[in-house]
Design a protein. Structure first.
Length: 169
């Protein structure tokens, strides 16, 4: 019986080691696939003051596989205009809604929107435009130098890479 105890300990130690390795590998895969951390590059001021150059943020790539994007979410949109390989925008209208911009005022379904994160006045007029199924209407928070168009503001769901979460400066 004296020999049974060391074998059992070695078996437990081996099982614990394998478990630690599996947890570490799972965490590494989750972190590499599910969340991408990044620093907002110099020159990317579109989402100021929510995100400013030098701020740290995370891109949650899995959240929208479980729940759909919501109005007000800050999202990464496929595009190569920035050093990140994606642009950051805020969802202001959902699929099926009608958007109009007239004299710098944004309305969704005929009602003026109250956006606490937006600043500056939109340039030009747009619409009314109905947001297609599986698409979203997005705008930057800093609206001072942005001229919206249906081509740049209506984004297909497949082009939204995930939700952007500020993590600090």
């Amino acid at each position: 019986m004296a020999q049974a105890r060391p074998r059992r300990r070695r078996g437990c130690l081996r099982s614990a080691s394998i478990l630690v390795i599996l947890i570490g590998a799972g965490y590494g895969l989750w972190r590499g696939f599910a969340v991408r951390r990044f620093t907002v590059p110099a020159g990317m001021t579109d989402m100021s003051p929510a995100l400013r150059p030098g701020d740290r943020a995370a891109l949650d790539r899995l959240g929208y596989r479980v729940t759909p994007p919501h109005r007000g979410d800050m999202v990464a949109v496929r595009g190569a205009e920035s050093d990140l390989g994606f642009d950051i925008r805020r969802i202001v209208a959902l699929p099926g809604e009608t958007v109009e911009i007239k004299d710098g005022i944004l309305t969704v379904n005929g009602a003026r929107t109250a956006e606490s994160s937006a600043h500056g006045e939109l340039q030009g007029d747009l619409g009314p435009e109905r947001v297609p199924r599986e698409s979203y209407f997005v705008l930057p928070d800093d609206r001072t130098a942005y001229s919206p168009s249906a081509a740049t503001s209506i984004v297909a769901r497949r082009d939204i890479l995930g939700r952007v979460i500020p993590t600090g400066g």
